[in-house]
Design a protein around this ligand. Structure first.
Ligand code: SF4
Length: 344
């Protein structure tokens, strides 16, 4: 009995999702395992893990398991007079009846999502669009039919993968319900992209970003202040802005570079990390923003955007919707200038 319940309610959950899909915000559905590229020198994610496509039937089985859990909790809620709403008492009773799931790695995520209204979904892991188009569509259809409360579905996607997919296929995936793609641009500088082994050129990033925009996705591009150290800072800020100007994505998100032990970057650099000071990081960001000519949301929605004011408050708003450009460009640059003055 115990084994059969564990099997019935089994579903996979991966490690990573963007902060904007965090907390109770999103249901995590694992389409693939790990990263098909896995060479970026700064990246510590998935490093010891092998990439694997998952069969659509296995993903659909995961969705069915999550849906079965939902139905059981809903039934309990109806019996308690909570009209089918997933509430703390209905979850407690469900868990008392199925203690086999106490150590299930995805159960809290699923219940948090249901309590929050079951609205947003993030498809894991690093590059879902690498799946065959019809397979993704099959999964999206099943997901939306199983949970009609879903309002937004997002995923990570690599520029090189998007470049290889026909626009017609991207449009089909968009129409099937994938709303937003999070793309790791990191930098628009050709030499730096090569140095970090991103496996994409500035042209790939431009073409991939534009293709995703043409297909109708919301596009969220991530760049890494500090990635080029002091030596490449000028080129990094300038060329990143020029690439982003060509894409004009919906979101531009700052993920300041931190050398992480265990990464290739860390091993190769030894004691010579060429790291920027907090002040130099702000100067680089300011230069990038001055060259930026977009109608995007500029976001600093990550703890790595750490700069503070003299009274200890965060210098930059860490909201997921960020600053609206061009309207708030001047205000943001002034704010960064005030931060630069405060750091010696
Ligand atoms: S593509 Fe993304 S997940 Fe893969 S190695 Fe590069 S940064 Fe890491």
């Amino acid at each position: 009995m115990r084994d059969s319940l564990e099997k019935k309610y089994n579903f996979e959950t991966g490690m990573y999702r963007p902060p904007s899909e965090g907390g109770s915000a999103s249901l995590l559905v694992r389409l693939t395992r790990n990263c098909p590229w896995n060479h970026c020198t700064f990246c510590a994610m998935y490093k010891s893990e092998k990439f694997e496509l998952r069969a659509p039937k296995d993903i659909i089985q995961d969705i069915n398991a999550m849906h079965d859990i939902y139905l059981q909790a809903k039934k309990i809620s109806e019996n308690c007079g909570h009209e089918g709403q997933i509430t703390a008492p209905s979850i407690n009773e469900f868990m008392q009846k199925t203690p086999e799931l106490y150590f299930h790695p995805g159960i809290s995520m699923l219940f948090n999502w249901l309590v929050a209204g079951g609205k947003t979904v993030f498809l894991q892991d690093a590059d879902s669009l690498i799946m065959k188009t019809n397979d993704i569509i099959q999964v999206l259809n099943h997901l939306k039919t199983s949970f009609p409360t879903i309002e937004r579905i997002t995923s990570y996607g690599r520029s090189r993968t998007i470049v290889r997919k026909p626009v017609a296929d991207l449009k089909k995936i968009r129409n099937a319900g994938l709303d937003r793609i999070h793309i790791g641009l990191e930098t628009g500088d050709a030499a730096l992209l090569k140095k970090i082994k991103k496996g994409a050129t500035p042209e790939d990033h431009i073409n991939g970003g534009l293709k995703a925009m043409t297909a109708g996705f919301q596009v969220s591009e991530y760049w890494m202040p500090g990635l080029g150290g002091r030596a490449l800072s000028n080129n990094h800020s300038k060329h990143t802005a020029l690439v982003l100007n060509k894409i004009n994505p919906h979101y531009i998100r700052s993920r300041p570079f931190t050398p992480r032990p265990g990464t290739l970057f860390f091993k190769k650099s030894g004691n010579d990390l060429d790291r920027q000071t907090p002040k130099e990081q702000l100067v680089e960001i300011k230069r990038m923003l001055e060259t930026l000519d977009v109608t995007s949301k500029i976001c600093f929605d990550h703890a790595g955007n750490h700069w503070t004011t003299p009274n200890g408050r965060l210098l930059l708003n860490q909201s997921y919707e960020g600053y609206t450009f061009p309207e708030e460009k001047e205000k943001l640059i002034n704010r960064i200038e005030s931060g630069i003055k405060n750091y010696s």
